[in-house]
Ligand binder design. Structure first.
Ligand code: ZN
Length: 138
């Protein structure tokens, strides 16, 4: 049994109620505790992430420039963000390097979404970008 931590609750503000419902239901019986590290993203932040690996240091993390091609983390015309990024929370901290735990959590979240009849997509099922912390509404 787990409950959402303060950081997760804050990061769900502005996220579409259907996705919030999936996350809130999933946390209860999750095989590993998890933290929502990001929900709604501003255009400025999306542009900064897009610059990474292009005009700024680091690896490419997104193909959405934030302007012409918006991320699902950005607020849509319905007023909500449609994506969240999640990492396992193990031994008192967010674990960014536990691919197995993240995959196990993802399977759980997918089955919860299915039970709730809410269509979601997991970034870990993508090839480019392979984005395992990412979940979005279909
Ligand atoms: Zn994401």
């Amino acid at each position: 049994m787990a409950i959402l931590g303060k950081r997760s609750v804050q990061n769900l503000v502005g996220v579409h109620p259907n996705l919030v419902k999936v996350i809130k239901t999933a946390i209860v019986n999750t095989p590993y505790d998890f933290t929502v590290v990001e929900g709604v993203r501003t255009q400025a932040r999306q542009m900064m992430l897009y610059a990474q690996g292009r005009t700024a240091k680091g690896d490419i993390v997104t193909f959405a420039d934030g302007v012409k091609n918006k991320s699902n983390h950005q607020v849509k015309s319905d007023g909500y963000g449609h994506a969240v990024d999640i990492y396992p929370y193990i031994n008192g901290k967010v674990d960014f390097n536990n691919a197995i735990a993240l995959k196990t959590i993802a399977s759980h979240i997918k089955s919860v979404a299915k039970q709730l009849n809410i269509g979601i997509t997991w970034g870990g099922d993508w090839k480019k970008p392979f984005d395992p912390p990412h979940f979005q509404l279909k």
